[in-house]
Ligand binder design. Structure first.
Ligand code: PLP
Length: 422
């Protein structure tokens, strides 16, 4: 892991390839701005407002947060301006947050790195471990954001296409590992397929990777792990003692807290220590290795802790509803003759047989947001990805879908809700 240390915190003026990154950054900002403007214009001017849509595009939990998290946020919100009110900065040492997350995973607080959503964690991983020339290896299609951050740091993105059965080609990935392979990114279960990597396959994979390069950091994004039913699934957190591994979790999906922005990473002590210094306000990048974090506001803080301490009832309800809706979708897709993948998440990728963009535009025209498979990869151009919602939302989706015909009117323009592959 010495190389990890060397690369850590390049001085501001010593950053490699900064002009290239700047170009990419400006490009991304412009793309984001355009997407946002498109989104806003599609919502304004007498057209359907965003809140009127049935949102089946972002894999959110239709039940929202657990009652304990709601109460905790309410208490934080209504606290008078006292020592713990919203007028006060949160505890920059993040002590009880780290402790609660650590206890939940049977680890120690030093293994935990909080993030403003798991999105911040991916940025931290890239800035912490990647420099120009490093290889960032991944199976595609997968969740795109970590690849974007790696690209911003000048890493070479090496993509291995998923197998015909839609799972990651772990043998091909492992065979590509060499001394330049700095980070491998896996999403388990994967977005957009919803498929898991089974325990034995994950173990073999980690073994082969670290045999070839013991310093390669394997990052496993477990954003949807709470939904998994397959007993062959295992969390990467079981392997933190085996090698350089970072497991990324979020409160955005099963915990119903996408709006508050809360996530975290679990990592061996040395990696967690390095990453911790890059939490906003990112003091390590300024040359001070002080692990202070202002990346959880008091509401996110209260909600995250309450969610982990909730005892599992809300997660159980969430999973039950999710299973029910997936069954409804499965029946509806089968009746239409559509193939669909056996998702272990809260979304389903289904083969429409006609362009996903068209089905998406048709559904959008009728007030329903889903993702077109095209946004993820050309191999899914004729697929759609639909999140589970409430039963009423799912039934409306199915009803509208069943009315689709070649002459159905479709929205002229669908905002680029998915431009970076959420
Ligand atoms: C696989 C995966 N990882 C991470 C995220 C980002 O989540 P967060 O809201 O924690 O930033 C998403 C969001 O959809 C996702 O699909």
């Amino acid at each position: 892991m010495d190389k990890a240390k060397e690369n850590k915190f390049p001085k501001k003026n010593g950053r490699p390839d900064s002009s290239r990154r700047e170009l990419i950054r400006v490009g991304l900002i412009m793309a984001a701005g355009m997407a946002l403007a498109e989104g806003l214009s599609a919502c304004g001017g007498g057209e359907k407002k965003e809140e009127k849509f049935i949102r089946l595009a972002f894999n959110e939990n239709p039940l929202g947060p657990c009652p304990q998290a709601r109460e905790a946020m309410e208490a934080a919100r209504t606290n008078p301006p006292t020592l713990t009110g919203l007028n006060r900065y949160p505890d920059f040492l993040q002590g009880d947050l780290l402790k609660t997350i650590a206890e939940f995973h049977h680890l120690v607080p030093e293994n935990v790195v909080p993030g403003c959503g798991s999105s911040e964690i991916f940025n931290i991983i890239a800035s912490c471990f990647l420099n120009a020339g490093d290889v960032f290896l991944t199976a595609v299609p997968t969740f795109q954001l970590p690849l974007e951050y790696a690209g911003l740091r000048g890493a070479e993105i090496q993509e291995i296409e998923n197998r015909n059965d839609h799972g990651p080609d772990l043998n091909a990935l492992a065979s590509e590992v060499n001394q330049a392979t700095r980070v491998i990114f896996l999403c388990n279960p994967n977005n957009p397929t919803g498929l898991i990597i089974k325990k034995a396959d994950l173990e073999n994979f980690l073994g082969s990777v670290w045999q070839k390069n013991p310093e390669t950091i394997v990052v496993i994004d477990e954003a949807y792990s709470h939904y998994v039913q397959d007993p062959d699934f295992v969390s990467g957190s079981d392997y933190l003692r085996e090698g350089p591994l970072v497991v990324v979790r979020t409160f955005s999906h099963a915990y119903g807290l996408a709006g508050v922005r809360a996530g975290y990473a679990l990592a061996p002590l040395e990696l967690a220590d390095l990453m911790g210094g890059l939490r906003t306000p990112s003091l390590s990048e300024m040359g001070f290795h002080w692990k202070l974090g202002a990346n959880y506001n008091r509401l996110a803080w209260a909600a995250a802790i309450a969610s982990l301490k909730e005892g599992g009832e809300h997660l159980k309800q969430t999973r039950e509803l999710n299973q029910k809706i997936k069954t409804l979708y499965g029946q509806a897709f089968s009746e239409r003759g559509w193939e669909y993948l056996n998702s272990e998440t809260n979304f389903v990728l289904a083969h429409a047989g006609i362009p996903g963009d068209r089905i998406q535009a048709y559904l959008y025209q009728n007030g329903i947001q889903v993702q077109s498979g095209n946004a993820f990869h050309s191999r899914y151009a004729n697929w759609i990805r639909v999140s589970t919602g409430t039963e009423a939302e799912a039934n409306t989706f199915i009803e509208v879908l069943n009315k689709y015909g070649p002459d159905s009117p479709v929205a002229e323009k669908v905002p680029k809700l998915y431009w970076w592959g959420y």
